[in-house]
Design a protein around this ligand. Structure first.
Ligand code: R5P
Length: 298
């Protein structure tokens, strides 16, 4: 049985990193945009009878998601045996409830969409808040690759006497694990969100960060407001700018300058979303998870 790693447009670097450890063959996809905005896709390799791993960079999901369906559909028409989705960043996880009548629960609909197109899914730390696992919304087998081991290794190597701090309750799942693996303390701050771009951090415990190097950790840095408010607070309390670590570097336009202005000593991220701040390599762990999924013969 053959395996083929196939990058969606924009995911070529990710696909190479995922193919390298097991020396898996890389396929090619021709892609272009028509002047009217529609897309052209051509699978420029032979997927017949292959287990295909479609690698997708989904930082900009509305622009990328429809293409997943087009490509998966053509792969099936060409005789692919199975098609898995390797998406280091899984979008549309944060709207996990209907807070106002009529709000679309986009996480559910996106999960149904992906589950209909693919046979399995591998991703890194999806935003699981009100869902206990992806199985609540995805009907295909999935593997969640934790970024915590790679982050803990980085913290241990780069930060002396660290204390890991999460900006809100949701971050405790990552913060506690990184602190445990790095053998240091942790603390969770309280977050009050007043709107899409206004977040207030309250109730830090100064004694637990005093004299230590604070490492702020969150799964997603998007507008940057959550991390920036936490960084400002920690800097005021400790007199020292924290190291800011994000798993997924979504970074809206002004996010990095917000973090710098808030006193972040350094901003680092995992390489799930390509960005200049990527310093923590989670691709070997993701490649291993893909290998197991392929071996399981889903
Ligand atoms: C949501 O709760 C996530 O864990 C992050 O805290 C959030 O997505 C960060 O968003 P922003 O950077 O826009 O404040």
């Amino acid at each position: 049985m053959s395996t083929l790693i196939l990058p969606m447009p924009g995911a070529e670097t990710l696909a190479r990193a995922l193919a390298a450890p097991a020396k898996l063959p890389l396929g090619a996809l021709d892609y272009r945009r028509f002047p009217d905005g529609e897309s052209y896709y051509r699978i420029a390799c032979e997927p017949k009878d292959a287990d295909v791993v479609l690698v997708a960079a989904l930082r900009d999901p509305d622009a990328q998601a429809l293409g997943l369906w087009f490509v998966a559909d053509e792969l099936r028409a060409m005789g692919a045996r199975t098609i898995g989705l390797a998406a280091p960043y899984l979008p549309y996880m944060r709207q996990d409830a209907r807070f106002k009548p009529g709000e679309a629960i986009t996480s559910r609909t996106f999960a149904r969409y992906v589950s209909q197109a693919f046979d399995w899914l591998v991703t890194v730390d999806p935003h699981l808040h009100r869902y206990a696992s992806l199985d609540e919304i995805y009907t295909i087998p999935s593997t969640v690759v934790p970024a915590a081991p790679a982050i803990a290794r980085w913290v241990t190597a780069h930060v002396k006497e660290p204390v890991v701090i999460g900006p809100d309750a949701e971050s405790s799942q990552w913060v506690d694990e990184v602190a445990r693996l790095a053998g240091c303390g942790s603390q969770i701050l309280a977050k009050t969100r007043h709107g899409d771009r206004h977040v207030e951090i309250t109730l830090p415990d100064p004694d637990r960060v005093s004299g230590r190097h604070a490492v702020l950790l969150d799964d997603i840095v998007s507008s940057g407001h959550t991390m920036a408010e936490a960084a400002r607070h920690v800097r005021n309390v400790t007199g020292r700018g924290p190291v800011c670590v994000g798993v997924h570097a979504l970074f809206a336009r002004e996010a990095k300058s917000l973090l710098t202005d808030a006193g972040a000593a350094r901003v680092v991220t995992c390489n799930t979303v390509p960005d200049a701040t990527n310093a923590i390599d989670v691709m070997p762990d993701m490649a291993a998870a893909i290998g197991k999924m392929l071996q399981a013969g889903v």
